[in-house]
Design a protein around this ligand. Structure first.
Ligand code: CA
Length: 254
């Protein structure tokens, strides 16, 4: 499976991506085919809060139609659906050559059902009721399996960012970041080599809509913390301050 886009589980990137059409990033898109409205909504809310982009379909037909008209990175498919059930939909999709990973959700819990599900082309199987963290863990495994590793990582010099697990390491040594520090670092890594102004960071990372409440101080403090963490490991400077202009993350000192 060749993914046409780099897909990134980060909501900050979504906003950024919509502003710059030429950028190669987009969110990981998940289609949830589930007829129970409560379950569907809970899945959507939970997944969105994990920065996935979620689309819901409440029937097998609708799911089938969406998969054929849009691109998804993962399908979560309920088995018991009105009219056309999940296995029929899955079977039809696989016959059409769809390679997107599919996670089946079902209330059934017998060995035979599992075997049938996996035989018809499901990649994994989760029995309701399930724990949400388990669903998330399985989603990560399927996403990782589904495509080349490099599109899910950013790397500059010895600094590594795993976009799926949101883990950062320098020279193999883990760096603990707050959520905002992570968002900022991801943004800087995507813009690496370029000088990024405080104004751009306010807009794209802090999502400030106006300059009414200047964030410069907040940005400077976050940058300082991030720099301390990045440079607590050997490997030299990565984050440069360009006086009066902004900041630049790059491999070489200017
Ligand atoms: Ca159902």
């Amino acid at each position: 499976m060749k993914s046409r886009h780099l897909r990134v589980p980060d909501i900050a990137v979504r906003r950024f991506q919509r502003r710059t059409a030429d950028d190669r990033v987009a969110l990981v898109r998940i289609l949830v085919v589930e007829d129970e409205k409560k379950v569907a909504r809970a899945l959507r809310d939970g997944l969105e809060s994990e920065h996935y982009e979620v689309k819901l379909a409440s029937t097998g037909e609708e799911g089938f139609f969406l998969v054929n008209s849009e691109t998804f990175d993962l399908l979560i498919l309920d088995l018991m659906l009105p009219r056309r059930d999940g296995l029929e939909v899955l079977d039809a999709l696989r016959k059409r050559g769809l390679q997107t990973p599919v996670l089946i959700l079902t209330a059934k819990d017998t060995v035979e059902d599992r075997v049938v599900g996996l035989d018809s082309g499901a990649d994994d199987y989760l029995v309701k009721p399930f724990a949400f963290p388990e669903l998330l863990a399985r989603i990560r495994v399927l996403l990782r399996r589904g495509r080349p590793d490099q599109v899910l990582r950013l790397k500059i010099a010895d600094l590594d960012m795993d976009l799926v697990t949101r883990k950062v390491a320098r020279g193999g040594k883990a760096i603990e970041l707050t959520s905002k520090e992570y968002d900022l670092l991801e943004y800087l890594m995507r813009q690496s080599g370029r000088i990024v102004s405080r104004e751009e960071m306010a807009r794209d990372v802090w999502r400030a809509t106006s300059r009414a409440t200047p964030l410069d101080n907040v940005i400077d403090v976050t940058i300082a913390r991030l720099r301390r963490k990045l440079e607590a490991t050997p490997g030299g400077k990565l984050l440069q301050t360009v006086r009066g202009v902004g900041f630049r993350l790059s491999e070489e000192a200017p």
